[in-house]
Design a protein around this ligand. Sequence first.
Ligand code: FEO
Ligand code: CA
Ligand code: CA
Length: 478
Amino acid sequence: LVAVLAGINPAWEDKLLLMEGLQYEVLLKSGDAISASDFFGSHNDYLAFIPATEGNTEEGLLWVNHEYFNPLFVSGYTGKGERTKEQVDKEMYEVGGSIVRIRKDTSGKWNLVQNDPANRRITAKTKIPFHYPKPIAGANHAIGTLANCAGGVTPWGTVLTCEENYDNFYGERDWQTGGLAQASVYGWEHFYNYPQEHYGWVVEVNPATGDARKLVALGRCAHECATVQELPDGRVVVYTGDDANDECLYKFVSSKPGSLLEGTLYVANLEKGRWESLDIKKQKVLKKAFKSQEEVLIRLREASKLVGGSPLDRPEDIEIDPITGNVLIALTNNRPKGNHHGSILKLTEKDGRYDALEFSHDTFLAGGEATGFACPDNMAFDLAGNLWFTSDISGKSINKGPYTAFKNNGLFLVPRQGPQAGQVIQVASAPTDAELTGPYFSPDGKTLFLCVQHPGETSPSLAGLTSPLPGAAAADPG
Ligand code: FEO
Ligand code: CA
Ligand code: CA
């Protein structure tokens, strides 16, 4: 970044608007065929590009999360009366993720490689084993993955996809009675009697084979993302946040190289600047409250409060700053506490060691009218270490109250060097009701893969769309 960037102003238009110098092409839309039997799902959030060979800038596999769906566009359920089983089955296909091979053509445009053997779907119907030596709620596998929000990639080329608002699908368990503590939004539990404990995990997917497993050792909560840092000795650290008001930040530190099973899960105590262990053998208070380590991991929110985990303002994405080594955490907002605009938190591990048990922290960037953004969500660093992040003002709140100045959601850039270092520059504006998700750079840094999630989400009916269906909205690339 040498030239001074003009950026764009907050915008209303029902379009994907870009700053001068950027252009977009639509690679895939919901409902597109990816093989003879499968199609691309709904509500894309995180995505990752896994190059076909190391550093390959022309071809690779794209993993895309399908977080949830709008019944209006998928099953036709209108919100009145009970869903039918047929409607639920359609909805179950929409979530999970897609794996597709993509390749650049001679003009530099990315295309789906039709019918490539790697192209496949993982859905709420896919059988997925637990990566754990003991059964979870009586079973060694779950049926399906859902609520797949953000994620991460491992040093060995697999993808981590995070089950966030899982309770919307089958509800959540009441631990005292064993019954349902709360009904779900989608009512799937009326048709499928799957244990609630089978959802809310980080799921590892091998994009080359489609093999998946649920990583129990990383705990169960509304995982937003899972960001992996490899240590010099091959062990790994995984940062993950629980995206709900007043929930916590976690890190898993493996005890063996490359293990996502053997190690210790910690929760952040910001007041003390300490990572607190969630190992039942090390914490008397956990031993008193829970029967086993599995129970600690399943009821992670309760356990983290008992050991002093700090309540945060909805931790969303986490990225490691390639320039400073700091851990950045998007805290999107906490409206009951009056925090409408959110911030990006900076965490510095002691002595720069990611397996440290102590850290310091500070605010990296605060949302608000002065900085020009609100509700930071997904982040990515480019090859020069510039920070790119998206905003997620909910469709219902856009252009209202404390969000009026920001207009539609956007994509923002924070240059790290030059005359604009540290400034927040808006580089894209999303269509009506949408948020931009997934930002992920190709290995040469020339392509930013980006998803447009939930355009038209406040539409009352198909006849009254606030934004055209995905695809129709994409007619005007500029
Ligand atoms: Fe699915 Fe917390 O965003
Ligand atoms: Ca998010
Ligand atoms: Ca979001």
